[in-house]
Design a protein around this ligand. Sequence first.
Ligand code: HEM
Length: 495
Amino acid sequence: MAMMASSFAASALPLKTIPGSYGPPVIGPLKDRLDYFWFQGPETFFRHRATNHKSTVFRTNIPPTFPFFRRVDPRVIAVVDCAAFRALFDLTLVEKKDVLVGDFMPSTSFTGDMRVVVYMDPSEQKHAAGKGFCLDLLKRSAGLWESEFLSSADVMLTVIERDLTASSSGSAGFLQPLQKCLFAFLCKSIARTDPAASPEVGECGFLMLDKWLSLQLLPTVSIGVLQPLEEIFLHSFAYPFALVKGDYQKLYSFMDKEAQEVIRIAGEGFGLTKEEAIHNILFVLGFNAFGGFSVFLPGLITTLGRDKTGLQDRLRAEVRGVLAGGRALGFETVREMELVRSTVQEVLRLNPPVYLQFGRARRDFVLNSHETAYQVMKGELLCGYQTLAMRDPMVFDDPEAFVADRFVGEKGRRLLDYLYWSNGPETGQPTTANKQCAAKDYVVATACMLVAEIVRRYDDFRCDDSALSITKLEKAKEGTEAQAASVEAGRPGSR
Ligand code: HEM
């Protein structure tokens, strides 16, 4: 295993000036913006600059820039290695106030004219209340989370099976059934509400969230519209909340009426007003949970369904072995599925769903990379690009390759300290004092349950090589479970 050469404490590493420049006003940011969205795309954008500067820490502009409409400062210090990235988790060094997606912050009108917990720094008193409320909800709803996810996943897979049988093209799209499944299960487990209580929310709630999310994030992501139309019409200004106000209002009223139990917990346990509770629930449910899973799970499903290395067979043997004898799938049994877990973590490593993290220097400090240190000045904005940091050759062997059992065994588990998808090491714990994803362990366990359910249910599962659709679902034959149990002794995780 490649090892990291430095610690993160102040060290005697050679101090270098951070390379790179921001270019002339307007022109520099515009050129970088066009590279980021149009000519290069985010990955090549960061890769080229790291190569050109021969440094994993460098200065660059990052979109959005709205030259004529609103002041957003695009200047950042980019960080693309595992060691320097760690500074973004050290809240004595960086402040996390209003920097969720960079210097640009979507209008608070999207969240009831208030700043919700994800935009707060832990030094703000309301952060502890909001995050404590979220952690408490997750703890209380662990059992519900498990059962609701499995029953929604069952509905989703039944719908896909039906669509595939009826399809004349031999494939069935899975994004819509997946998002419907996510919306139903998250409403039931986080907000204790059944979306079916409102026909409109039940049928279209997930689309309402999609629109609300897209409008907030549009200036920061590329959606593949023909250029230069995307730059002119989608990336040059922030779209107003008015365009989704009606939908958001419906979701708000739905929670107001149906989520009484959790609103009461927010008030009695954490001192949040009804409005604070509902806007925070909607944000956590819609932006963090629904948005996060909608980005992460399609990649996980296609990794499984496009694999041609025999991974599915190995996962099948492990899952059916653990579940042999009629054991139920759930948080407890997925804990025993080491290869399933490592596969999920490897997908999170190669394609971190939230690939940018920001933090503003609280004071002047020395940023330690593996072999070099850099001086950062108070107020400068650090921008960590996880996709490259998670492919750091100083930490991960064969870093560009998908290695399903990378995190298996003693050696693999040590690497978890360098897996950062949750805005903190995989070995860390989310608390009210840090900014690590509140649902870190739930996300991994849920993804493990999905993988396990798929390979338990199907003897073969195939996805289209380019589209988000399923092309083959071969149901497990009677007795397969028992046979699988007999090959269990040879499964990778049991070594
Ligand atoms: C695949 C799904 C998810 C991903 C990839 C994800 C990722 C993240 C990341 C990267 C952050 C840190 C953002 C930053 O400050 O830079 C975060 C924060 C957070 N996440 Fe998640 N998340 C996911 C699902 C969830 C779920 C299901 C919940 C709750 C039910 C949740 C609740 C939160 C909360 C409350 C925070 C803010 C933490 C704080 O302010 O201290 N997330 N998440």
